[in-house]
Design a binder for this molecule. Structure first.
Ligand code: GUN
Ligand code: ZN
Length: 435
C-alpha cells in the first residue's frame, strides 16, 4: 500500500547557512513535495511532480506557503501559565512567579494535562522540533515525556536540576539528580523521536556537586545533549561570581564540570566576556538566542555580531514563559528589531531570519540530516501558512505576489498562530489533529 502524499503550495526554505555559505531563499511558487512515509521523496514544480506521481493523493494548499517546521531550541514546559507575568527582572521573576508555578505542577495527572497544552501550543505555532527545559519533579517530567511521545513531535528534554536557590519542592541532592536523570535517560532517550538533555537549571541553583553529577551523566551517556542558561542578567552574573569565587567567569563554572561539549546549548549569553566567547567557540557549544524574553525581562540585548565573529552557532528560541509566546515568527521579528537597535547590530534579512528558526535550530540540535529544510531525503517536517481572510497579512501579501523576500518579511512581521493552518512532523499531520 502506498504511503505517498503530494502536498502542493508555495515552497519557501533556506537549505544551508546564509551567514557562511552562498545559499539563499529557495522559492517555488507553484511547488509540491512528495512525501513517502516519513520522508520527503521529491520536491519541485507542482506540474512535474504531479506527472511523476499520478497516483499519490494530493493535499492542495495552493494559496498557502509551505515552510520547514520551526525548531525551538529553548522553551520551558512548566511555564505556560507564567507568560505575561510583568514587572520583575529575572531573579525576582523566578523567585516570585516562575518557580512557584513550576512547583505547583507536582502530580503525573496535572503534568500530563499541562504537557498536552504545551505541546499543542508548539504545534499550533508551527514548531515541529524543540529542546525543552523540563520540570524539576521526576514524575512530572516523566509525564511530559509520555505526552511528548504521543504528540508525534521531535522533542529533546530533560529533568531540570538544582539543589539550592529553589523552592523546597524542587530541590534534589546531587545524588538524586544523577539517579533520577539516569532513569529518565534509560526510559526515554532514543525512544521514537525523543532524546534526552541533561539540564542543570543554571549555576545559581546548582552546587558544584550537582554540576559534577551532570558532567558525570554526560560522560556516561555521550549521546545525550546538555542545556542550561548563561550570562542572562547582570545580577545573576554577580551572584554566580559570589557563589563560585574560584571561577574565572560564568562559563568556567560549566567548563570545570565538563558540561561544555559540542552537544551543549546555552540560553541567552547576553553579557559574555571576550574570553568566554573564545572559549565557547573553541568548545563548539551553541547558543539559543531568546529575544522576546530578553526584552520582556529587561535582561539586555544579544551581541550577535560578537557571536558571529567568534564563530559560535546560534539559533532563535522562544523561552516561554520569559518569552512572550510560542511563535518563532514573532521571535524572528524580535531578533530583527533587537539588532536594528544595536550600534553593532547584524543586518538580518527575511532569509537569515527563516534560517534562524529552521535549519540553524536543526544544527544546534544535531538534526541537520533529518530536518530544517524541505530537501528530498529529509524528514517531512513542515508548516502550512496562510493569511487569515481579511487580515493585515493578507492585505500586505496582496501587494507582493512576485517577491518572495517581501512575502517572507511580511509573514515574519504579521503571521502568528492564526496563520498556521497545518503542522506536519515525519510525514504526519499533527496539527490540527484528527480528533
Ligand atoms: N535562568 C534560570 N532559570 C530560568 C528560567 O526559567 N527562565 C529564564 N529566562 N532564565 C532562567
Ligand atoms: Zn530559559
Amino acid at each position: 500500500m502506498s504511503t505517498r502524499t503530494l502536498i502542493r503550495g508555495h515552497l519557501l526554505d533556506v537549505p544551508g547557512n546564509p551567514f557562511t555559505d552562498s545559499v539563499g531563499l529557495r522559492s517555488e511558487p507553484d511547488g509540491a513535495i512528495l512525501i513517502d512515509g516519513d520522508r520527503i521523496a521529491a520536491r519541485g514544480a507542482a506540474p512535474a511532480l504531479l506527472a511523476a506521481a499520478p497516483d499519490a493523493p494530493v493535499v492542495d494548499h495552493r494559496g498557502s506557503f509551505i515552510l520547514p517546521g520551526f525548531i525551538d531550541t529553548h522553551v520551558h514546559f512548566p511555564q505556560l501559565p507564567v507568560i505575561g507575568s510583568m514587572g520583575l527582572p529575572l531573579l525576582r521573576w523566578l523567585a516570585e512567579r516562575t518557580l512557584p508555578a513550576e512547583a505547583a505542577l507536582d502530580t503525573a495527572e496535572s503534568a500530563s494535562k499541562a504537557a498536552d497544552r504545551f505541546l499543542r501550543m508548539l504545534a499550533k505555532n508551527g514548531t515541529t522540533s524543540a529542546l525543552v527545559f523540563g520540570s524539576h519533579i521526576p514524575i512530572a517530567q516523566n509525564a511530559f515525556f509520555e505526552r511528548a511521545a504521543a504528540s508525534g513531535m521531535r522533542i529533546v528534554s530533560g529533568l531540570s536540576l538544582g539543589d539550592r536557590e529553589l523552592p523546597d519542592a524542587l530541590i534534589r541532592t546531587a545524588d538524586e539528580c544523577y539517579r533520577e536523570s539516569e532513569s529518565l535517560i534509560a526510559r526515554w532517550h532514543g525512544s521514537g523521536l525523543l532524546r534526552y538533555a541533561v539540564t542543570p537549571r543554571f549555576s545559581v541553583s546548582c552546587s558544584e556537586a550537582v554540576l559534577d553529577a551532570c558532567g558525570a551523566l554526560t560522560k556516561r551517556y555521550p549521546g545525550v545533549m546538555v542545556q542550561t542558561h548563561i550570562n542572562e542578567n547582570r545580577d545573576e552574573i554577580a551572584l554566580v561570581r559570589r557563589q563560585f569565587p574560584w571561577a574565572r567567569d560564568y562559563f568556567d563554572t560549566y567548563e570545570r564540570a565538563g558540561l561544555t561539549g559540542a552537544t551543549a546549548v546555552f540560553a541567552h549569553n547576553l553579557h559574555p566576556t571576550s574570553d568566554e566567547l573564545s572559549r565557547m567557540a573553541e568548545a563548539g557549544v551553541r547558543v539559543a538566542h531568546c529575544p522576546s524574553s530578553n526584552n520582556f525581562l529587561g535582561s539586555g540585548s544579544f551581541p550577535m555580531a560578537r557571536h558571529r565573529k567568534s564563530g559560535i552557532a546560534f539559533s532563535v528560541a522562544c523561552d516561554v514563559g520569559g518569552g512572550t509566546g510560542f511563535s518563532l515568527l514573532k521571535e524572528a521579528l524580535a531578533a530583527y528589531e533587537m539588532q536594528m537597535q544595536r550600534d553593532d547590530g547584524v543586518a538580518l534579512t527575511p532569509t537569515t531570519l527563516l534560517y534562524l528558526i529552521t535549519s540553524a535550530g536543526a544544527e544546534l540540535l544535531g538534526m541537520q540530516d533529518q530536518t530544517g529544510d524541505l530537501s528530498p531525503g529529509k524528514q517531512a517536517d513542515l508548516v502550512v501558512l496562510r493569511a487569515p481572510e481579511g487580515s493585515s497579512l493578507q492585505a500586505v501579501l496582496a501587494h507582493h505576489t512576485q517577491d518572495a523576500q517581501q512575502q517572507l518579511g511580511a509573514m515574519i512581521t504579521l503571521a502568528r498562530e492564526e496563520s498556521i493552518r497545518e503542522t506536519w512532523v515525519a510525514g504526519r499531520r499533527i496539527y490540527p489533529d484528527a480528533g
